[in-house]
Design a protein around this ligand. Structure first.
Ligand SMILES: Cc1cc2nc3c(=O)[nH]c(=O)nc-3n(C[C@H](O)[C@H](O)[C@H](O)COP(=O)(O)OP(=O)(O)OC[C@H]3O[C@@H](n4cnc5c(N)ncnc54)[C@H](O)[C@@H]3O)c2cc1C
Length: 229
């Protein structure tokens, strides 16, 4: 079997495409069954037109017939946002069963929030302050991980000891979802209102989606409304 597509993200994260089932044509043919349609090979133009029409009309169920499976490594605070996407399947490594790896996210560039609570912008921390803060944050990560190790060494259960670890710790999970759920995720998370860290992952996934399902992707970006599903 060939190696899965693997893309590194942030300082220790990645996305891997483990598997993909279906394609644009599979979704178009799923729609045609409703009129007992002929599912022999159609012209590209006919399939592209049908896909665009389906998405424009919010006839979304045919897009449940293409499925993506990813392996993702991301900081816990990112995964906490990710797991709100209920119409998808998750399996995550267990901090009860395995010792967690000493990998925490340190932003290359810290950002300041400027403005009011619901109406703000970001500005970069100046280079000197940025590197001082990086060092301070990493010292805290080291202290937390050392305490975690000390607790394990004294026999404290992994499920208890992990409570001293930061939200920036990386975790790994499998994520399986259909193209409809993926479009909902991309609409919300590859968006300027999403936090930049989860957006970095969503941008990579949108590239993969575009490569695997170019006609659906084009129709998604043209027609996806603000409350599609
Ligand atoms: C920029 C941003 C900021 C956010 N801020 C917060 C926040 O401050 N606090 C917070 O708690 N969450 C927050 N969220 C999470 C958000 O409210 C959603 O839970 C998350 O984006 C998942 O979206 P979803 O429900 O569409 O996805 P999924 O859970 O995958 O659901 C897909 C679709 O299925 C339908 N659906 C799913 N479950 C139900 C249900 N129970 N009833 C009816 N229809 C359902 C909906 O149409 C939904 O769009 C934020 C999300 C974003 C993108």
């Amino acid at each position: 079997m060939s190696e899965p597509l693997h893309i590194d993200i942030l300082d220790h994260g990645f996305v891997e495409l483990i598997d993909f089932m279906g394609d644009d044509r599979r979704c178009a043919n799923a729609a045609r069954v409703s009129v007992r349609g002929d599912t022999r090979e159609r012209s590209d133009k006919a399939d592209q037109g049908l896909i665009a029409r389906l998405l424009a009309d919010h006839h979304t169920s045919p897009f449940e017939h293409a499925v993506f499976q990813f392996k993702v490594r991301a900081p816990i605070f990112v995964v906490r946002q990710w797991m709100r996407h209920r119409f998808s399947s998750f399996n995550e490594e267990s901090g009860r069963y395995v010792e967690l790896v000493d990998e925490c996210y340190t932003p290359a560039q810290f950002r300041r929030q400027v403005g009011k609570r619901m109406d703000y912008a970001f500005e970069n921390l100046p280079p000197q302050e940025n590197s001082e803060l990086q060092a301070e944050v990493q010292a805290l990560y080291r202290q937390s991980y050392d305490l975690y190790q000390k607790m394990l060494a004294t026999g404290i259960a992994r499920e208890h000891a992990r409570m001293v670890l930061p939200l920036a710790l990386y975790t790994t999970f499998y994520w399986t979802l259909n193209a409809l759920s993926l479009m909902n995720f991309l609409h919300l998370r590859n968006h300027e209102h999403a936090q930049s860290e989860i957006r970095a992952y969503a941008a990579v996934m949108e590239d993969i989606f575009k490569e695997k399902m170019p006609w659906t992707h084009a129709a998604f970006r043209e027609h996806w409304g603000t409350a599609m599903i």
